[in-house]
Design a protein around this ligand. Structure first.
Ligand SMILES: Cc1cc2nc3c(=O)[nH]c(=O)nc-3n(C[C@H](O)[C@H](O)[C@H](O)COP(=O)(O)O)c2cc1C
Length: 130
């Protein structure tokens, strides 16, 4: 089912999108599909998960979450998946603003323009604490 196609025309699809992002239990991150994928949006759940506010991260690369124990093989797979237009899903160690480490489980996918070119990448992120 395509969410936007079943929404009432008396509401703006953007209002539903905003409500989902604002209330999501998952961290939501949106980046430009441009070199170094600068962050343009994070929701409140991202701040709860990482300790970083939007002001801390807007314009930076998501790489800022990485550190010594981050798994390079997972990042290589992510880069290849994005280049090939595939959805990425994986886990690795990331670091909060207070430098504490946690296992990030996340998915990244492109949002494309009408010509099919990626405009944004969106990540849905959760801690794997099992
Ligand atoms: C939308 C998006 C979200 C990302 N989120 C994370 C993340 O939560 N943790 C992480 O370690 N890397 C994340 N990355 C991956 C890095 O930004 C980068 O793509 C990865 O390190 C591979 O590129 P590099 O080899 O140039 O570092 C994300 C990338 C994108 C595009």
């Amino acid at each position: 089912m395509v969410l936007s196609s079943i929404l009432s025309t008396t509401t703006h699809p953007g209002d539903v999108l905003d409500a989902i992002a604002d209330n999501s239990l998952s961290s939501v991150m949106v980046t430009q599909a441009a070199p170094d994928t600068p962050i343009i949006y994070v929701n409140e759940a991202f701040t709860t998960l990482t300790g970083y506010t939007p002001e801390d991260v807007i314009g930076k690369s998501p790489r800022m979450l990485q550190g010594p124990k981050t798994d390079q093989a997972v990042l290589d797979r992510l880069r290849k998946d994005l280049e090939a237009g595939r959805i990425f899903e994986g886990e690795t160690v990331n670091y909060r603003k207070d430098c504490s480490e946690f296992v990030m489980h996340w998915r990244v996918f492109p949002v494309r323009d009408q010509q099919g070119a990626p405009v944004y990448f969106v990540a849905l992120q959760e801690e794997n604490d099992t």
